[in-house]
Design a protein around this ligand. Sequence first.
Ligand SMILES: [Fe+2]
Length: 245
Amino acid sequence: MSVYESHLASAEQAAWPLDATIAWDAIDVALARREEHILAALHDAALIEGYLPVFAPRLMQLLWDDLDVTAVLSLELYEGLRHYTALKRYLRAVGFEPAVVSEERMIAARERALAEQREPGSPIAELTNFACSELFAAYFFLRLSRETREPVLRQLLEHMARDEFRHAAAGADLLAKRVRLDPGAADEILRSAQSFRHYGSDVVDVPLATTNDFEAIAAMNRMIRQACGVSPTQHIQERLNARSI
Ligand SMILES: [Fe+2]
């Protein structure tokens, strides 16, 4: 079976239709508005999710000859659209400056990303960046779900965190496939993970992940170790040891 098929099946099983799953009418607006910093973080997340139709096709063009990659990115686009819509709907429901997730604002964010577009890295480097970004997004939503007191938002964030963990798992499987096909790919994956940069920083100033997000960093180490057989921190240690011999 192709790598992507199990992820397609998981996505189908895990689908949470926005209207049927989220109790939009039960949002505690007063409580939500007291959590201004969380609303600001949701706004950034909405811009990042809404950037996927620009980001994912670029990655697809780079990796067009790997059908598993294009399938996983197709799922990412669809589920990212659900996240974008859910975040926008929530922010509007609580009256958080409706204009901030307007179509004009979204297009301005995409313009910024296109204007500052960097040369793409190698296919493996970009794939590693994608997998790591998804994992950090999962921890970002998870952290906010633990922090918020607003029950509808907590439910929404838990759904989105679970989706991002699935996306990261799909990314990890794509990396593992590369290593199976060419064991030499592991070294490039490890090097890329060490210098990973969240793709959300193309559109927002403050990336989803904080540099001291130790829970996410530990999870990234585990994910890369599963794909490569060695973790980024072990890899750095081995290189340091080799230098000191
Ligand atoms: Fe995602």
